[in-house]
Design a protein around this ligand. Structure first.
Ligand code: SF4
Length: 254
């Protein structure tokens, strides 16, 4: 594991849902090929130069010290902190990252700050001992392992990912799923209903289209496809009383 030091940790995001965030790792071994927006940005701003470098994560060694400094100053402004926005807090096969994420959540919770986590790795069961205000999510865009290996080569297998989420749900935690970036049929033929059924135990589902992918934008009826599938998600969530959010730009007709 490589380490770096940083000067700051908590910052406010400009994304649709989410308040403050922290990214205590540079790069991500999951190496998603949708492509990964965080990788594209890191390349554009010169923080990494190659895909291989992106896939070799670098942990911020002074994460906890930075939180100790920043929490007292920011705590009255923060509603929640999302781990993470440009990397993955529970990177598959990196226990040092998981340990640091758990320690960071513990510190934020101790200051009365709620945390939201999203991963394509494995959510550790220790999270069930933290504040029940926290929300734990996984990204799940398919149930087909062949697709996972092709598009998220370093991430956790889907079944393991789902089992870890289910364990937290069963322990009484709030759970959610991000079905984004959902693939068009020219990337993979699959059943959205099957995917929704697999995550029907969760409290919230987020659904969004794939962006920055030529194959998706060249799929002739991608707009109609996303309009139709977003409606299916809404119908499913309403029927099962699950909260939902459809990402901006996914529905293009009203
Ligand atoms: S898990 Fe997230 S941050 Fe990591 S490579 Fe995939 S999309 Fe990028």
């Amino acid at each position: 594991m490589q380490y770096i030091e940083r000067k700051s940790m908590l910052y406010k995001t400009g994304v649709e849902y989410g308040d403050y965030t922290m990214n205590h790792v540079q790069g991500c071994s999951h190496g998603c090929k949708y492509p990964c927006y965080a990788f594209l940005m890191a390349k554009r701003f010169g923080r990494v130069h190659t895909y291989e470098a992106w896939c070799s994560p670098v942990l911020v060694s002074n994460t906890l010290e930075l939180l100790d400094k920043e929490i007292p100053r920011l705590k009255s402004k923060i509603q929640s902190v999302q781990l993470c926005f440009t990397t993955d807090p529970f990177m598959y096969g990196y226990p040092e990252i998981t340990e640091m994420s758990i320690a960071a959540i513990r510190k934020l919770n101790a200051a009365g700050i709620k945390c939201t986590a999203l991963t394509k790795g494995l959510l550790p069961v220790e999270l069930s001992e933290m504040s029940l205000e926290n929300e734990y999510g996984i990204t799940l865009v398919s149930l087909d392992e062949e697709y996972r290996q092709r598009m998220e080569p370093g991430a956790a297998p889907y079944k393991e990912r789902l089992d870890a989420l289910r364990a937290l749900h069963d322990a009484g935690c709030k759970t959610w799923v991000s079905i984004e970036p959902y693939p068009t049929p020219n990337l993979i033929e699959q059943s959205l209903q099957e995917l929704l059924s697999a995550v029907s135990f969760t409290d919230r589902i987020i659904f969004g289209r794939t962006n920055y992918n030529k194959e998706v934008s060249s799929y002739r009826s991608h707009r109609e496809f996303y309009n139709k599938y977003a409606k299916e998600v809404i119908r499913f969530c309403e029927e099962h009383k699950i909260a939902f959010h459809i990402k901006d730009g996914t529905i293009t007709e009203r």
